[in-house]
Design a binder for this molecule. Sequence first.
Ligand code: SDX
Length: 440
Amino acid sequence: MSKMAKLELDGKVYELPIVEGSEGEKAIDLTRCVELGGTKPGDLRAKTGCITLDPSLGNTGSCSSNITFIDGERGILRYRGIPIEELAEKSRFIEAAYLLIFGKLPTSLETHMFSQMLENHELLHEDMKFHFQGFPPYSHPMAILSSMINATGCFYHDKIEHYNPDTFKDLAAMLLSQVRTIAAFSYRKSRGLPIIYPDPKYKYTANFLHMMFSLPYKEYEMRPEVVSALDTIFLLHADHEQNCSTSTVRTVASSQASLFASAAAGVCALWGPLHGGANQAVIEMLSDIHRSGDDGTRFIEDAKKKDSGKRLMGFGHRIYKNYDPRAKIIKAKCDEILNSMKRSDPLLDIAKKLEEAALQDPYFVERRLYPNVDFYSGIIMRAIGIPVEMFTVIFAIGRTPGWIANFKELAEDKTTRINRPRQVYIGQTLSPYTPKQDRT
Ligand code: SDX
């Protein structure tokens, strides 16, 4: 007998089933509401005339999913049940991407086949170059990335238009491979540099570094520790359940738009400074603090004042009310990569001081604000030489497997319907049209 929630409304009592997830999360199922003693369950609104109101959807489950599990209270993150700490230590980005999209770690043969698909799609259609030329110099790479993902779709319209389970693996490889090539080309375009074509001798992440930093006659010096650090960054960003950009991908996909159109929308949602744009905002914040000669003490005080217009970027999270497990891994990687390069970064020292101060400050402690994935990631990207305007693009490349996995899960769910939330109207009630001469 499933547990039921009771709702009393306008003198009537209704029952709604409590749904429990595999990790014990509970939800009230609004689609199976039944009046006490009744037999035919239905949508809450149809049965009661009432809807729920949850403006930023912080209390609303938009779907059931098998892909990623987060326990924000305990700082737990798992991809298909495997802890992020284990994947960061033992796996690679493309293997984790395969796990997220297809629900299992790939065998050696599956790894080889998928790697071959990625290689087959690493080049963009040659005519895409003309689109790059159309962007003004110093266009933000996220604007280019979103536009070019959709533009790519125009060249392979027949392939991408409708979800086809038989060809989806190849389509997933195409998006995953081309998002990386588009990103590198966007960077080269923004700096007035000649584009560098992908080189099949390199695997995914190394090829990205090659396309970003090689010159026509001077190949980028591929350092294993740099490739590993960036690969880990990609892996740690690969999925994060129903975050803003993934929810956007699901909403667009629910109208049966293509994978490419859905991913292009996801890029736009990710761009915001409260979401994926935070990694760029963190470095800009740390640089400002460094330039001002502050050690972070003054900034922390400002970040607590509502009217200061300042926030401790890279801190706080809607779900994590504990340390973001990804931030812990990235923080350790910062020290590793800087030590291996025999370098230091004053911004890392400031970041560590800010963290130390915030974790002892009642304002942050009471609100359970901890470092999130964006707080330290920029330090690694700086050490690698990735320009700050590309930080969110790096996040987008990393998040592409999660978008693909959620798109696939939604497309294969026979109960999927188009997302169409309701609202509570609080505007003007019935009013007559006012002729122009009578308007004030
Ligand atoms: C990502 O959803 C995901 O999973 C996202 C992500 C992913 O992998 O997809 O994890 C990636 O987006 C990480 C978050 C990156 N954004 C930032 O680092 C920007 C800075 N953080 C905040 O803006 C904020 O913490 C959010 C946006 C992350 C979360 O916002 P919420 O859940 O809406 O929280 P809130 O704004 O309602 O804040 C609650 C309180 C408020 O104070 P009071 O009104 O209670 O007095 O905490 C305060 C806020 O003012 N607060 C902060 C703060 N974050 C929240 N105060 C100062 N500095 C901060 N960073």
